[in-house]
Write a protein that binds this ligand. Structure first.
Ligand code: GAP
Length: 484
């Protein structure tokens, strides 16, 4: 899909208006590339994490989860290569002083060509960029930007500095200044918390290779080009899994995890055509093969998840820097070795954004008699922030009491929402807008025969069901095992 900025802006506004995502510290005009999750965004995000955790730990007999600290010994980042290599090529415009990531500047230019119908031109620029990045040819990248006359969006000039590397890690002080505090980093990936705990988990869990360690947690990067909503943030969350394997088996496990992870994405109910794999032209300092799973966002195909064959790079370096043996004794081979690693790394926030983009729909419901429309989030029921809305038709005649009984029967099992105010049509629209898959309406008939009307979000069909059946009917459809 070509970039659809209007749709993207509509989704961002919707997220703010309906309590999903707000700019951080908005009363002070916000903080660039930092966002807060509101009441419904926090529920959606938690559902994403729960589903990933369940599929990567509970459903896998040889993968366990940990929760390591954000602060780590500073030598971790020397050993991991982040101090020396975790940087992006940047270029500054001398007139506006605005700094750009070189790949983003060139990709933006290619997108513009594409939008103008010059597909071949766009592909040629991206191909040239990939080759120059792979060769770390910074002079060549600057020349490409100049040859294409790519201007700065602020000054409009092509007055560029040389391309330079810029480290993305945030640093802070541990301890007070008077105690001569040591400089430490906010972790830029959760993976290192797994590597430094490799032996702790392997030994205490008596894990046998192949096995994995999973983790969900915050990561921090001083992103230079920080836009595109929650796609690129300075504080974000990752869900990572390191799979420890015998050296020499990395190719087959890499393919295995590519296939497994794509299956996970498809299990969200998103069609395969909305995804593609993108092989990395320039490999990260730790990888011998790497690809991204990209989703077709309204801003174009972009990375949601990375699958990386990290060799023994991390464990071997930690072994060297810590002078502690980080080896596994393989009883079948009767041999000790430093395991190789396949990593799957997905952003929580990008998954949330993917689900919101996939779910967002503006529907025209006009009939000959009247104009009507709705905005609905067609989220998979298991991901929806609220599963069931309980809506008495009137605030009297004992209908609220029945509503409260339904709430009490259902709320221990899934997230419910109770509302009496406003016309029922308005209440349905509000529930559509936050993606609530089921609403039940209590009316006078409910008092007589113990039934309510259940309304389905996507079809807007309604039918009567017995109050006694509400919980089990909905529970079945909103659980992670029901499709999602
Ligand atoms: N441990 C490997 C690693 O961190 P990565 O490709 O740099 O690899 C993995 O990041 C995932 O983390 C990405 O696919 C993306 O979903 C998410 N991610 C990375 N940087 C991000 C940012 N600035 N904002 C939001 N998500 C980000």
């Amino acid at each position: 899909m070509a970039a659809d900025n209007n749709r993207f802006q509509a989704i961002i506004s919707h997220c703010k208006e309906y309590g999903f995502i707000f700019p951080s510290s908005e009363i002070y005009d916000g903080l660039s590339a930092v966002y807060d999750y509101g009441q419904w965004g926090a529920e959606l995000k938690k559902n994403v994490k729960d589903y990933w955790w369940k599929s990567m730990t509970q459903m896998q007999e040889n993968i366990v989860g940990i929760d390591a600290a954000i602060f780590m010994h500073p030598t971790t980042w020397k050993a991991s290569g982040h101090v020396d290599n975790f940087s992006d090529p940047m270029i500054d415009n001398k007139d506006s002083k605005k700094r750009y990531r070189v790949d983003h500047l060139l990709e933006g230019y290619a997108d513009e060509l594409d939008a103008k119908g010059d597909k071949a031109g766009a592909e040629q620029v991206l191909k040239a960029m990939d080759a120059l990045l792979a060769a770390s040819d910074y002079a060549g990248l600057k020349k490409l930007i100049e040859d294409k006359n790519i201007p700065c969006s602020v000054s409009g000039t092509c007055n560029w500095t040389d391309v330079r590397q810029f480290n993305l890690m945030f640093s802070t002080q541990l301890g007070s200044v008077s105690e001569e505090a040591g400089e430490i980093y906010l972790r830029p990936e959760t993976a290192q918390g797994i590597f430094v705990n490799f032996l702790n988990v392997q030994k205490t869990g008596r894990m046998k290779i192949p096995f994995g360690i999973a983790q969900i947690g915050k990561a921090f990067r001083n992103e230079i080009v920080a836009r595109q909503f929650i796609f690129r943030m300075r504080e974000f969350e990752q869900m990572e899994m390191q799979f420890f394997i015998r050296p020499g088996t990395q190719k087959e496990w890499y393919e295995y995890w590519k296939a497994e992870r794509l299956k996970w994405h498809l299990s969200l109910g998103i069609p395969e055509a909305r995804y593609r794999f993108h092989d990395h032209a320039k490999l990260a300092h730790y990888a011998d093969a790497a690809c991204d799973i990209e989703y077709d966002f309204p801003i174009g195909f972009k990375e949601v998840e990375g699958i990386h064959s990290r060799t023994d790079f991390d464990l071997r370096n930690h072994q060297e820097y810590s002078r502690k043996k980080l080896q596994y004794h393989d009883p079948e081979l009767n041999k000790s070795y430093v395991p190789y690693v396949i990593e799957t790394s997905i952003g929580v926030d990008r998954t949330v954004m993917m689900l919101l983009c996939e779910a967002y729909a503006e529907e025209d419901l006009s009939t000959e008699e009247k104009k009507d429309s709705r905005v609905v989030l067609k989220l998979p029921p298991a991901m929806a922030p609220v599963k069931l809305a309980v809506l008495p038709l009137l605030k009297k005649d004992g209908l609220p009491e029945i509503g409260k009984e339904i709430m009490n029967a259902c709320k221990p099992y899934f997230k419910c929402f109770y509302e009496e105010k406003d016309a029922i049509g308005k209440r349905y629209r509000r529930m559509d807008a936050i993606g609530t898959p089921f609403c039940v309406t209590i009316d006078h008939q409910s008092k007589e025969d113990g039934t309510v009307t259940i309304r389905y979000r996507d079809s807007m069909q309604q039918e009567r069901i017995s109050i006694a059946d509400i919980r089990k009917t909905i529970e079945k459809q909103v659980s992670f095992s029901a499709g999602v």
